[in-house]
Design a protein. Structure first.
Length: 255
């Protein structure tokens, strides 16, 4: 383990989110933990996060006592932070509600990053944990072997003329940290909702909703103030929340 001020770097861990949960009581606000490999990484709705050692940026931040609005919007703010950081590195991306970062190649969208935000009470204080995984160098064949036909990496999508080595990884981590802290500190709820809406490819189209034992199609209208997704079916509005359902395109993951 390599430990710097408020930063912990691990070769391997079960999950960076789980590490922070176990050790939160001893760690200060804004502690970052990053690892080269996760043996039991996870995504939303209990899905397993697949990675190949050294080929992903795997990191989580601990935040103490976030305001209620910030806590609610943390997944959206994190998505905006990832998008901003990648843009600073010259890579244009979009967001898929509620926690995926996408890049376009070969006429379609690919998932290149995912976000998992969790919270718990620790000794009477609320701890928020924001986990982010960015696919850096994996091949499409790796994702296909894992059954992840919609996933890709930055190297596969943006690889031409770019070195995705350690220097790139360190710079991306710095950009990501700065962007995340800025979004949490200086962007209000309405600004976040508008910014997210402007780059969210889920909106203003018919989507497939899967959850609670049901699967059906509806029109994705807008992002609600609390970050949930407002949809319309049979001329009636309803709200879906990230922890309850999966939302995909009609024919493909995002399209």
């Amino acid at each position: 383990m390599n430990r710097q001020e408020n930063r912990i770097f691990l070769q391997s861990v079960d999950s960076t989110n789980e590490y922070l949960k176990r050790n939160a009581v001893d760690l200060p606000d804004r502690t970052l933990v990053a690892a080269k490999h996760q043996s039991a990484g996870k995504g939303r709705l209990g899905r397993k996060w697949q990675d190949k050692e050294g080929d992903s940026l795997l990191c989580s931040w601990l935040f103490w006592e976030l305001e209620s609005e910030r806590m609610t919007l943390l997944p959206l703010l994190a998505g905006l932070a990832v998008r901003q950081a990648l843009e600073q590195m010259g890579m244009k991306t979009a967001l898929k509600w509620s926690n995926d970062v996408l890049a376009q190649s070969d006429g379609r969208w690919w998932k290149v990053a995912g976000i998992l935000c969790e919270s718990r009470i620790v000794n009477g204080r609320r701890a928020a944990i924001c986990g982010i995984g960015i696919n850096l160098r994996q091949s499409r064949e790796f994702f296909e072997s894992c059954g992840l036909e919609d996933a890709s990496s930055l190297a596969e999508v943006f690889g031409k003329g770019t070195d995705f080595g350690q220097d790139f990884e360190q710079k991306l981590l710095e950009e990501l940290s700065q962007a995340l802290f800025y979004k949490l500190t200086d962007v209000n709820g309405e600004q976040a909702r508008q910014e997210y809406s402007n780059c969210c490819i889920t909106l203003h189209k018919t989507v497939k909703i899967d959850g609670n034992g049901q699967q059906f199609c509806a029109y994705a209208k807008e992002i609600a103030p609390d970050g949930s997704l407002v949809c319309i079916k049979d001329e009636k509005e309803f709200v879906v929340r990230a922890g309850e359902v999966s939302v995909r395109g009609i024919d493909r993951y995002a399209q």
